[in-house]
Write a new protein. Structure first.
Length: 124
């Protein structure tokens, strides 16, 4: 049974449905949260340790790389929260059909983008 079948390894030629894109983004946002949560936790610890550390951290937060880090964290948290709510609703039996699942995936992606842009503008 040695069949030589053609294999398409070029992922750019494939078109993923919105549900697959939402699932991939949910996993990516989880990894981003896992990586950035200790950093954010350390910032929180420093801010509560003393007034001097809070002032230093407040000045440090004005730097562009730190702002971008916070925006990435907030964006990942927003998307992960919305996608998690979508998954819970699907576990309850809501939106399991193809059309509803496609719409909920698109709504999750769009709502997350709008919230991330709004929170990014507010943070900047």
């Amino acid at each position: 049974m040695n069949k030589k079948r053609p294999v398409n390894l070029d992922l750019t030629t494939l078109s993923f449905p919105p549900m697959a894109i939402a699932s991939i983004l949910h996993r990516i946002s989880g990894v981003v949260l896992f990586v950035l949560l200790p950093v954010i936790g350390y910032f929180f610890y420093l801010s509560l340790e003393s007034a001097a550390n809070f002032a230093v951290l407040q000045n440090y937060m004005q730097k562009i790389p730190i702002k971008l880090l916070l925006i990435a964290f907030i964006s990942a948290l927003t998307y992960h929260l919305l996608a998690g709510i979508r998954h819970i609703l699907m576990d309850l039996g809501l939106g399991e059909h193809l059309h509803a699942s496609r719409n909920s995936a698109l709504m999750t992606i769009i709502a997350s983008a709008i919230l991330s842009i709004g929170l990014g503008i507010w943070l900047w």
